[in-house]
Design a protein around this ligand. Structure first.
Ligand code: HT7
Ligand code: ZN
Length: 855
């Protein structure tokens, strides 16, 4: 398949300022008539290329006339020779939404019809130059059976609607804002709306509607509250006001991604809309609010200012993730939010950055752009924006975003445009900072601190290296903003307070004066840069920071590093001194000044995957054993403290306050350590929590802890959970996931059986990921020495590829990490990748992921 390269970007030959679309909707056969007003862009004689994917033209007219000589097909595209400067092209096609299993373009989901056009789904609906730098005004007429599809939605404002003959009706929507194809959307459905209103800062009234199945209406309150909070937040923090009379959100059960920011008609995976205490965990509630905010914020960072080409994806995604993270931090605990975000970055992006699929946040080439909706583009992209915010400070950063929005409003921009706006508004030279857009790989920073007691000086040496990544063997040093501080070992005092140090070159030496006692280094506070810090701080220093650092994130980091050092040592030597970790955990657990939410995060051991990421060759069994040994030691040595923490957080009626959420978090974490102690009464305590739970956080928490043990309570809880929730797809996903995440030795057998369960299906991406995605996140079981995990995953990739290539391709990366495992695992993983790539008829999505993973 052809490779698309960033450097080959060329402005479009033809523009389409206006388009009229007419949909005669029907699940089996929908007729799409498209009238494109095209204008020649510049002086050239090139034909008009209208992209098409699987379309057959039923008719093509040019300025109202049939001229079969003037057009031809090239691959799936329609090529038209035109003579003038402007023309009107009309095409008619017929498509089948119900046969669309890719969930791209127009498709059917649980009785409704909906669209997903980003990145290249529009070409599956009608012939059009399907690229983000062509912005058009859309007028859309929808027509459908009124009983089956009483609700007809598209972008913009409803101009007209009415009844037609034969039980049909129509609606005509006009969007005044020019937009690229990927932001087009329509929905035809039998849904009901939770309707509310928002008065914007200039006093305009916006009608807000969240459309769901009638029975789900009671689960939409949290999403609506989040939407209103997001609208107010974007006005306050970025000065951005909503620009249309209505804003619609529609929930669909079958969706390839989290949600989609179509102009004024966001379409959501239902898991990011529906939440009530009985069915959603606290993490689910937070995810709903975060995704609602993210999609809403796209109205400016993505829609009003869009991307020139798909290489610029991080322009809208990195920036918007940064915005949604800041919003969520403002709504709850900033420290806990930062811990969660960094944990997510390390779990998803760091492995990507150190593997065969590593790419810069602005990639240089792709075969299939859908493969680049990655943790790198999204989450590392957000870290890059965060570094700009840190370096420039809030005022200059805001001046930069104001300039960016004003200058590029209504256009398709580039990452370079964003950096230029930041540079111009702040007066800060960002020439070298641009390396963050072009270089892949996670930089490593070695920090060495020495102290001269006699002179009262401390010397800090910082040295960076950026690892080689595919296609980028040699790297230039990156500008790295490091927030750091020094604390006196005895006085616990900071010497001069926190400062921001810019590591611009390969090495930097910093001297601190007036350091009268041995200092302890606190570095990369708040995770000011997405780098790996290597420092030889002792267990005692890390324990000190975990207890005394005044930056809560740095406290968490110190504890994590202490745990990691202990666990890595234990894997290497077969044993380790657990004492320092136990003492540090005890101090945190019993510190009356700390809130439960923070304690719940700080005392958690690093995941088995993250421990593996610290090693050249990962030994999943040894990691599991080392981690379990430490968990057990913590569980038994601190048994009373865990029980105390568990009891302290017990009496909480369900509330969504930070305090109540923190208490639930600490309660589940404590229960996990109690179970690790192997005290015989704990399965009973967990089952009692499961039975008495008035919310999903408590119930799923207990189920997850029970899932790892052999006890009658475990089987009873799983049966009960299934019986309670078998009719609720989103909760049933949890039932699959919890079993696939178990570390019991029979988990692989269970997963294989679950794939044959009547409720398992390859057609619903949520259900697929609930089992297959969860298995590959379970390092111990996925890397079962039998190789069954690898075979199972490869079988799934091949089966799903026939239905939904985008979703199949997302399953591949865990197999691509073969280089990091022992010889037998390497051979087995490679064999599965070879088997996939040798399969005839593979999609380009899967081909790209697998072929790159084999190199
Ligand atoms: N901008 C949206 C991306 C998206 C997507 C990408 C590929 C395939 C399906 C998709 N659905 C939505 C989501 C976002 O970042 O807000
Ligand atoms: Zn986004």
């Amino acid at each position: 398949p052809p490779v698309i390269r960033r450097e080959e970007y060329r402005a479009p030959d033809w523009l389409v300022p206006e388009v009229e679309l007419d949909f005669a909707l029907d699940p089996a056969a929908t007729r799409v008539t498209a009238r494109l007003h095209v204008t020649r862009n510049g002086t050239h004689h090139r034909p008009l290329r209208l992209n098409g994917d699987g379309l057959t033209a039923l008719s093509v007219t040019i300025d109202g006339a049939d001229d079969d000589e003037a057009w031809r097909m090239a691959g799936g595209d329609l090529m038209i020779d035109l003579t003038g400067a402007t023309h009107v092209i009309e095409t008619v096609v017929e498509i089948s939404p119900q046969a669309n299993t890719q969930l791209m373009g127009l498709y059917a989901s649980t009785g409704m019809l909906c669209t997903q056009c980003e990145p290249e789904g529009f070409r599956r609906i009608t012939f059009f130059p399907d690229r983000p730098d062509i912005l058009s005004r859309y007028a859309v007429r929808l027509e459908a059976n009124k009983v089956r599809f009483p609700v007809l939605l598209s972008n913009g404002d409803l101009e007209e609607s009415g009844d037609l003959e034969g039980g049909r009706h129509f609606a005509r929507w006009v969007d005044p804002f020019p937009k690229p194809t990927y932001l087009f959307a329509l929905v035809a459905a039998d849904l009901k709306a939770n309707v509310d209103h928002f008065a914007t800062m200039s006093g305009r009234e916006v009608k807000l509607a969240i459309w769901v199945a009638e029975a789900d209406l009671p689960k939409t309150g949290h999403a609506m509250a989040a939407l209103k909070a997001s609208m107010a937040w974007d006005e306050k923090v970025y000065g951005r006001e909503y620009d249309l009379g209505e804003f619609n959100i529609v929930a669909v059960a079958d969706f390839n991604f989290g949600a989609m920011e179509n102009k004024s008609l966001n379409i959501f995976n239902s898991r990011y809309v529906l939440a009530d205490p009985e069915t959603a965990t606290d993490a689910d509630f937070d995810a709903v609010a975060g995704v609602v905010a993210h999609e809403y914020f796209h109205n400016w960072s993505g829609n009003r200012v869009t991307c020139r080409d798909w290489f610029q994806l991080s322009l809208k995604e990195g920036f918007t993730v940064f915005r949604d993270q800041a919003f969520s931090a403002d709504q709850g605990s900033p420290a806990v939010k930062r811990i969660e975000d960094v944990r997510g970055l390390r779990a998803a992006q760091f492995p990507e950055d150190s593997g065969p699929l590593a790419h810069p946040i602005r990639p240089e080439s792709y075969i299939e752009i859908s493969n680049f909706y990655t943790a790198t583009v999204y989450n590392k992209g957000a870290e890059v924006i965060r570094m700009l915010h840190t370096m420039l400070g809030p005022q200059r950063f805001r001046a930069g975003t104001d300039l960016y929005f004003t200058r590029h409003d209504g256009t398709a921009a580039t990452c370079e445009d964003f950096v230029l706006a930041m540079e111009e508004a702040s007066g800060v030279d960002l020439s070298r900072f641009r390396l963050w857009y072009s270089q892949a790989g996670t930089p490593r920073v070695k920090a060495t601190l020495t102290h001269e007691a006699a002179s009262g000086r401390a010397h800090l040496t910082l040295e960076q290296s950026v690892p080689a990544t595919p296609g980028q063997p040699d790297k230039a040093p990156m500008p790295i903003p490091l927030r750091l501080d020094l604390f006196g070992e005895k006085t616990q005092r900071s010497f001069g307070g926190e400062r921001l140090v810019m590591l611009e070159d390969e090495r930097l030496d910093v001297t601190f004066e007036g350091v009268g006692e041995r200092p302890v280094l606190s570095i990369n506070r708040g995770f000011s840069a997405p780098v790996i810090i290597e420092s030889d701080r002792s267990a005692a220093d890390l324990a000190f920071l975990s207890a005394h650092d005044d930056d809560p994130f740095a406290r968490y980091e110190a504890m994590q590093q202490l745990m990691l050092d202990t666990l890595v040592g234990s894997v290497a030597n077969g044993k380790a001194d657990h004492g320092p970790v136990i003492e540090a955990v005890q101090r945190t657990l019993t510190d009356p000044m700390l809130d439960s939410a923070f304690i719940g995060e700080a005392v958690l051991l690093p995941s088995e995957g993250f421990i593996g990421d610290q090693m050249l060759i990962v030994d999943p069994q040894a990691i599991h054993q080392a981690r379990e040994a430490l968990r057990r030691d913590l569980g038994t040595t601190l048994a009373d403290a865990w029980r105390d923490a568990y009891d302290r957080s017990r009496a909480n009626r369900f509330e969504q306050t930070p305090q109540a959420k923190g208490a639930r978090r600490l309660r589940n974490v404590s229960l996990g350590f109690m179970m690790a102690s192997k005290a015989t009464d704990v399965p009973g305590i967990a089952k009692a929590q499961f039975d008495a739970a008035d919310n999903m956080t408590d119930r799923q928490g207990a189920l997850g802890i029970l899932s790892n043990v052999y006890a009658p309570e475990r089987d009873a809880a799983f049966s009960d959970f299934y019986a309670r929730y078998r009719d609720n797809g989103l909760v049933l996903d949890k039932w699959f996931t919890t079993q696939a995440l178990s570390v019991r030795p029979d988990t692989m057998d269970q997963v294989i059986d679950l794939a044959d369960h009547p409720d398992f299906t390859l057609n619903n991406p949520n259900r697929l990921r609930s089992l297959v995605g969860a298995l590959s996140a379970n390092q111990l079981v996925f890397h079962d020495p039998s190789g069954r995990g690898y075979r199972f995953l490869a079988d799934m990739v091949l089966a799903v590829d026939k239905l939904n290539p985008q979703t199949a391709a997302k399953l591949v990366p865990p197999l691509g990490r073969w280089r990091r495992f022992g010889e037998a695992a390497q051979t087995a993983m490679r064999a599965e990748l070879e088997r996939i790539v040798a399969t005839p008829g593979l999609s380009k999505d899967v081909f790209e992921q697998v072929s790159k993973s084999l190199v």
